[in-house]
Design a protein around this ligand. Sequence first.
Ligand code: SAM
Length: 519
Amino acid sequence: MKPSTEREEVCAVCKVPAKQKCGGCKSVFYCGREHQKAHWREHSAKCKSYKLVENEKLGRHYVAIRRIEAGEVVIREDDALVQAPQQETVPICLGCYKPLESDTAKPCELCGWPLCASCTSHGAECDFTKRHRDTKVTITGFGIAHPTYKCIGVVRALALRETNPEAYERFTKLASGELEEPREIARFIKRFFNKLHDFSEDEIARAAGIMQINGHEVPISEPVLIAVYDESSYVEHSCRANCSKSFTSSGGIVIRAAMEIEKGEHIMICYTDPLWGTANRRHHLLRTKFFECTCPRCSDPAEFGSMFNAIECSKSDCSGCMLPKSFTVQEIPDYRCNKCDNSRSSNSVDEMLEQIGKEMASMRKNDAGACRSFARKHASKLHDNHYYMTDVKLALAQMIGQQTGGLPALDNETISEKILLCKKLDDLLKTIVPAENRVRGLVLFEMHAAVAEFARRQDREQLYNILQESKRLLNEAYQLLKYEPELLPEGIIAKTAKKNLREMDMILKQLCQNAVAPL
Ligand SMILES: C[S@@+](CC[C@H](N)C(=O)[O-])C[C@H]1O[C@@H](n2cnc3c(N)ncnc32)[C@H](O)[C@@H]1O
């Protein structure tokens, strides 16, 4: 028998022995380009790097069926099944989603939902309202959150049953749950659309649950939209995901491998804010997605040695730090020091953190001095990498150099402070959230600028080498941000990074030429 590596494969079209593999799924073979092309129509729907599996703990989820390279697109969906405003929103135009004021809003002639001066049509709620309500909608009270808008997403989903039955079927296959908020929305919809007889309250509650569990915040407009996609809805959560998600400017979703994913590994994105502390992330996931996260990051209180949740030991002569044994239990146990026998109840730690959190929330925006004072003041209470410290340091790293005169106006010490901050932040992010391309990209972009300014202050010999390092950082930032749409700040930075890379290449070339020019 031949060893499996020498197994002969046959062309999917003509069945002759074939060596050329489909580059997408790497599991179908062709004798040549011609047959690969001819087969694509049939194969494209099945050509995936992952398969859908199911288990008791995760429900349906994806597992890689081959090695997936870092940067590879795993899932791309150009259209959402449903796209709608957030449940809590000020009155907005349902055509273009811009906030409305009482003097700019005009009711849609057909259904009464207010639109802006430029829009004449909007989503499926228009026809739905005409058919299932005996009066037109009247919206009053602009500029403050309006409860009536909470029905829009669900109404758009329900309307699919008639307008796009195939999409409705895919929508109804997604995970839901018997939850309080969706039930409340269902009751509201039944009251508000008083002629709605062909959907039961249970059906509506299920649709609202699907919106809640599978909805993504899409930051392509202000305020953000909520979208539910089809394939992407089966990707499981991990607080240390291996894929990053981004959105296209037209509202599509792209899920990319942020690192190499081996065959058999799960495909994972993060459903919550990965830079929150463990208790907050787990609480948020339980409240909004109805599961208890036990991912490797949540299961390790030290978060891979980063000490992201750690507080300093409260004994003044001890340099240790304190963590509970676990965050994944009903009642979080006492925090214990890793150097002495000191312990502290988790309630008392929570009280301290609540106090510090309030202080952080009331800090002046864009004030580098306030960030430095905060970090100094709490250095004896919070670990250097604690999530509150990280939050403040992320803000500080971006603020340094934003004042009049920019980086050139700063002294050497402040430039070094910025470089060191960025370096430590990048190390931390790589450890706990390696797939968070946006935040890593921003940190590296800031670092490249500070390193370039530092280089400018050195003699010619050092200048070249340090500029090379700045270019390396800039290139990494660009690679991390290049897929962000230009309408987001990250997309604008990616564009600047691309331009800066070209300029930096020219400067380095010139420096090289001058170095070899005869004296
Ligand atoms: C967007 S859906 C993912 C697809 C879902 N598993 C299904 O069968 O349709 C989110 C739901 O999947 C489950 N889930 C996702 N990630 C999980 C995780 N890391 N641990 C436990 N449950 C998870 C939870 O029930 C969650 O509410």
